[in-house]
Write a protein that binds this ligand. Structure first.
Ligand code: NDP
Length: 434
C-alpha cells in the first residue's frame, strides 16, 4: 500500500481481491513462495503521454493519455480505453487489475490492460473527437498491436471513437490488423460485440437464479446508467420477460412504473447514441418522474444492475435494496459496489455477482473478434451468441466451484477472485521470475 498511497481506487480493488486470495495462498504455498500476489499487483508497464489537439475555435487543448499493461502471462494485454474527465492513473490501474482476473475467467488467451484519457467527449463536435482520437493514437500506436496489446471501448469510447482510432493506426502503420476490438462489422468487427456485456450480465443472472429454480421472468429490475452496457441489459431483460423500472445518467434517474419496453428503449438508444442527449428527456417523453442527482437504489425491485461507474452503490444503498426485498445484485459496471456494500449483501446472503464475472461477456466477444480477425472470417449472430452463453455459463460454474461456503451460500466474489487468480498465477510460475 505504501507504494500506491495516492491511488485509492487501485488499493480498493487490490484489497477486495487480497481478502480472498491471501487465505487461499496460505493453503497453496507455491503461490506464496513465488510471491505471485506481490508480482500480480505491479503493472508490467505503464505509459503516460501528452495528447495535444486543436478545438473547433482553433485553440490548443492538452489532455493526458495512459495505457496500463498489467499482465501478459496468458495472452496479449487486452482491455478498454476510457475517455472521461475522472480518469486518473489510479482509476486505470484498478480497471487493468480487475481486467486480468476477468479475462482469465473467460477461458480465452487474453492478458489484462486498460487505458484512456482525461478527455471529456461530452459537448465536443465529431471533428473535435476525431482530432483528439488521432492525436491519442499517434502516440499509442507504438505500444499496441494485434499480438501485443489490443484495446477496446469503455466509458466515453464507443463505435465512433474506435473508428477514428483504428483509422489513424492503419494510416500510421500501413497495415489492416486486429489492433482494436469493437470495430464496425463491415471493417473487421464482430456481430454481438456491442450487445455482449449487457446480454452477458443477464445470462449470468439467469444462471444464478436457475440454481434456485427461479428465473428473471416477471421480476422487477432497477438499472443505473444508459450507455452501452445499460442499454443491452435492458434489451435482454425485456426479451426474458423482466420489467425494467429505471435508467440513469450522471444527472439523475428516470422511474417508469409501467416498465421500459422495446419502443421506449429505442427512444433511449436514439437519445443517447445519436443525439447524445440527457436521460431526463425520457421523463418528459413518457410522462414519468425524473429524480435529479439521485441514484435509483431506493426503488423497490427484485434485481439491481449497477451499470454506470465505480463506487455508485454504497453501504446505505445496499441496506435500502436489501430491506426492500432485492434478491440479486449483478454488476454490469466495474467495481460499482463499495466494499462495505458488498459485505451488506454477503451478510444478507443475497445473490451478488461481481463485475469481473458478470460483465466478462464484452471482453469474451472481443476475444472472439480477435480470433475472427486472425482467421479473416466472421461467424454469424447465433454462433457468437451461443458461444457467449457457453462462456458465461462456464464462468458461473467456475465461480461456484471456488465460492461455495460451509453453509451452502455461494460467494461469487470470492469464487471469481480465486478462479481468475489460479490460471494467471500458474502461468506466471511456469514462465519464471519475469
Ligand atoms: P458508456 O459511456 O456507454 O455509458 C456510461 C453510463 O454511465 C452513462 O449513462 C453515463 O452517464 C454513466 N456514468 C459514467 N460516469 C459516471 C459518473 N461518474 N457518475 C454517474 N454516471 C456516470 O459506458 P459503458 O456502458 O461502456 O460502461 C459502463 C460501465 O460498464 C463502466 O464501469 C465500464 O467499465 C463497464 N464495462 C463496460 C464494458 C463494455 O463492453 N462497454 C465491458 C465491461 C464493463 P453520462 O452520459 O451522464 O456520463
Amino acid at each position: 500500500a505504501s507504494r500506491n498511497t495516492h491511488e485509492p481506487e487501485f488499493l480498493q480493488a487490490v484489497y477486495e481481491v487480497a481478502e480472498s486470495i491471501i487465505p487461499f495462498t496460505e493453503e497453496n504455498l507455491k503461490y506464496k513462495v513465488n510471491k505471485v500476489l506481490e508480482r500480480i499487483v505491479e503493472p508490467e508497464r505503464v505509459v503516460i503521454f501528452r495528447v495535444p489537439w486543436l478545438n473547433d475555435k482553433g485553440e490548443v487543448e492538452v489532455n493526458r493519455g495512459f495505457r496500463v499493461q498489467m499482465n501478459s502471462a496468458i495472452g496479449p494485454y487486452k482491455g478498454g480505453l476510457r475517455f472521461h474527465p475522472s480518469v486518473t492513473l489510479s482509476v486505470l490501474k484498478f480497471l487493468a487489475f480487475e481486467q486480468v482476473f476477468k479475462n482469465s475467467l473467460t477461458g480465452l488467451p487474453m492478458g489484462g490492460g486498460k487505458g484512456g484519457a482525461d478527455f471529456d467527449p461530452k459537448g465536443k463536435s465529431d471533428a473535435e473527437v476525431m482530432k483528439f482520437c488521432q492525436s491519442f493514437m499517434t502516440e499509442l500506436y507504438r505500444h499496441v498491436g494485434a499480438d501485443v496489446d489490443v484495446p477496446a471501448g469503455d466509458i466515453g469510447v464507443g463505435a465512433r471513437e474506435i473508428g477514428y482510432l483504428f483509422g489513424q493506426y492503419k494510416r500510421i502503420k500501413g497495415e489492416f490488423t486486429g489492433v482494436l476490438t469493437g470495430k464496425g462489422f463491415e471493417w473487421g468487427g464482430s456481430l454481438i460485440r456491442q450487445e455482449a456485456t449487457g446480454y452477458g450480465v443477464v445470462y449470468f443472472v439467469e444462471e444464478m437464479l436457475n440454481v434456485k429454480n427461479d428465473s428473471l421472468k416477471g421480476k422487477t429490475v432497477v438499472i443505473s446508467g444508459s450507455g452501452n452496457v445499460a442499454q443491452f441489459t435492458v434489451e435482454k431483460c425485456i426479451q426474458v420477460g423482466a420489467k425494467v423500472l429505471t435508467m440513469s445518467d450522471s444527472e439523475g434517474f428516470v422511474y417508469d412504473p409501467a416498465g421500459i419496453d422495446a419502443e421506449k428503449l429505442k427512444f433511449i438508444m436514439e437519445l443517447k447514441n445519436v443525439r447524445r442527449g440527457r436521460i431526463k428527456e425520457y421523463a418528459d417523453a413518457f410522462n414519468c418522474q425524473f429524480f435529479p442527482n439521485e441514484k435509483p437504489w431506493g426503488i423497490k425491485c427484485d434485481i439491481a444492475f449497477p451499470n454506470a461507474t465505480q463506487n455508485e452503490l454504497d453501504e446505505s444503498d445496499a441496506e435500502l435494496l436489501v430491506s426492500n426485498g432485492c434478491i440479486c445484485v449483478a454488476e454490469g459496471a466495474n467495481m460499482p459496489t463499495t466494499p462495505q456494500a458488498i459485505h451488506v449483501f454477503e451478510r444478507a446472503k443475497i445473490l451478488y455477482a461481481p463485475g469481473k464475472a458478470a460483465n466478462a461477456g464484452g471482453v469474451a466477444v472481443s476475444g472472439l473478434e480477435m480470433s475472427q480477425n486472425s482467421q479473416r472470417y466472421s461467424w454469424d449472430r447465433e454462433e457468437i451468441d451461443g458461444k457467449l452463453k457457453v462462456i458465461i455459463s462456464q464462468i458461473h460454474k467456475t465461480c461456484m466451484k471456488y465460492g461455495e461456503e460451509a453453509d451452502g451460500y455461494i460467494n461469487y466474489g470470492k469464487g471469481a477472485n480465486i478462479a481468475g487468480f489460479v490460471k494467471v498465477a500458474d502461468a506466471m510460475i511456469a514462465q519464471g521470475i519475469v
